[in-house]
Design a protein around this ligand. Structure first.
Ligand code: GLN
Length: 479
């Protein structure tokens, strides 16, 4: 096995047993990036020199025999919407292509305290708006399992980098599915945390009432390790509650005897690819054999999820993107302007891509005076109904399982003129985002075209431990 193929747990052990050094491990990852990134396009920026320096630091620590944190010396990749001090942070947008932050996001600060080795920044849909990683001014990230297909989005670069062994783990963001869906398309683990579990300070906002941060990893145990390092209250993000972070490793080997799994009939109905439904049903059977109790449930509001999300998310996006005007933030447009308003128009017109412009128009329209009640306010009411759906379901079951995506990864360019088809790809992930609950995608097989399928596991707010419990049990029996 090559060093870059190791999991976090395996690498941490190898480093402590002096089987290899952090510099060696980092070099192997950098070689893989060198070899593969031209085809896969997972990285926007590679930080070769600083990564090697960070690895040297870790090695110095190991040499003193100190008890270092588990992530020390482990090479990782970070989605390019996390502020990284001194390292360009683009959000895959032309308007930010020369932006270098002066401070680190809280999650980056925490990983640095652990001794992380930052290999570089990964590709995404511009400002995380998309489900394909095609809406990037740096070109699409391709799926390592089939280079003609999309990697998923918006954290496509983070997912492909892990899947293709360019790094050992990565961080992404999930607003409506952006971690779970690319993880499922790239055959890795992707964890969307409870809203507020991980600080978002220093991460560019998309939809502030939905945005979350989480890990993409090769195993469930690794996801638990990374979450342990980044979770918790942050005075710089008022949405993080003062709620204890449990010891997640305690959930890994609990087993699932007697655990009640809800299987929503809506997650296997209209719009779901037959093969995917079948593969996920087989995974549920495997869990049943491990002692879990399957129970059919109904989440009747599921069908409204996409519609309400595409009102709420663009509204919040259009407000959040107001600051990117070429003056406060972002590149100033090249064309000559007569006045300030024209200058804004030129900078934003040149700087934003088509999908972002589309969403700013939708968001501004549905939240404008006269339309606010009919659209935005109504959408918020439906959101409450979705929350109630989950609350009722979780009175009867411990977790809910279904597919992470209704369809397999599509061909690059296939939906270029059909944004709605791409929006519908979020059918299975959006409801959990609207309810602020936690969810994880775990690889559960491949379809007849050898394309990966992900099992989505959902749990109530702050019950990430249950996801690790079920995910790990499945890893053992499934596949
Ligand atoms: N695909 C969804 C969208 O385009 C979700 C994106 C995300 O979670 N950031 O909005």
């Amino acid at each position: 096995m090559n060093l870059n193929e190791l999991t976090i747990t395996q690498a941490a052990k190898g480093l402590r047993n002096k089987q290899f050094s952090a510099v060696e491990l980092t070099k192997v990852c950098l070689d893989q990036i060198e070899k593969r990134n031209k085809d896969v396009n997972a990285f926007i920026t590679v930080c070769q020199d600083s990564a090697l320096k960070e690895a040297e630091e870790a090695d110095k620590g190991f040499a003193t025999g100190k008890d270092l944190p588990i992530l020390a010396g482990i090479p990782c990749a970070i989605k390019d919407n996390f502020n990284t001090k001194g390292i360009r942070t683009t959000c895959a947008s032309k308007i930010l292509d020369n932006f270098v932050p002066t401070y680190d996001a809280t999650s980056i600060k925490k990983l640095k305290e652990q001794g992380m080795v930052l290999l570089g920044k990964t590709n995404l849909d511009e400002y995380t708006c998309g489900a394909s990683c095609e809406h990037s001014c740096f070109g699409p990230t391709k799926n390592p399992y089939d280079l003609d297909r999309i990697s998923g989005g918006s954290s496509g670069g983070s997912a492909a980098a892990v899947a293709d062994n360019m790094c050992l783990y990565s961080l992404g963001t999930d607003t409506g599915g952006s971690i779970r869906q690319p993880a499922s398309f790239c055959n890795i683990i992707g964890l969307k945390v409870t809203y507020g579990r991980v600080s978002r300070f220093g991460v560019t906002s998309f939809a502030s009432s939905l945005d979350t941060i989480g890990p993409l990893t090769k195993t469930v145990e690794d996801a638990a390790i990374v979450l342990q390092a980044i979770a918790g209250k942050d005075p710089l993000d008022s949405t993080t509650p003062d709620k204890e972070v449990p010891n997640y490793s305690l959930f890994l080997d609990k087993g699932i005897k007697g655990l009640r799994i809800g299987v929503p009939k809506e997650y296997f109905g209209e719009g779901i690819d037959n093969e995917i439904a079948e593969i996920v049903r087989k995974a549920l059977k495997d869990l049943e054999q491990e002692g879990a109790i399957l129970k059919e449930i109904s989440l009747p509001m599921t069908k409204y999820g996409v519609a309400l999300y595409y009102i709420i998310a663009p509204t919040e996006l259009s407000a959040n993107l107001g600051r990117f005007d070429g003056i406060r933030y972002g590149r100033k447009g090249e064309a000559k302007a007569e006045d300030l308003i024209e200058q804004y128009k030129i900078s934003r017109g040149e700087g934003f891509g088509d999908e972002i412009k589309r969403r700013i128009m939708i968001g501004t329209y549905v939240s404008s005076a006269g339309y606010y009640d009919a659209y935005y306010k109504k959408a918020q009411k439906v959101r409450t109904l979705i929350i109630q759906d989950f609350n009722e379901a979780f009175e009867e079951v411990d977790v809910i399982c279904g597919p992470a995506s209704p369809i397999p990864p599509w061909k690059i360019g296939e939906n270029e003129n059909n944004p709605l088809a791409e929006y519908l790809a979020d059918l299975m992930t959006i409801p959990a985002s609207c309810a602020g609950i936690t969810g994880m995608s775990v690889p559960c097989g491949k379809d007849s075209k050898e394309l990966p399928v992900g099992l989505q596991i959902l749990a109530p707010q702050f019950e990430e431990g249950r996801l690790f419990q079920v995910g790990r049990a499945y890893e053992r029996v499934g596949r």
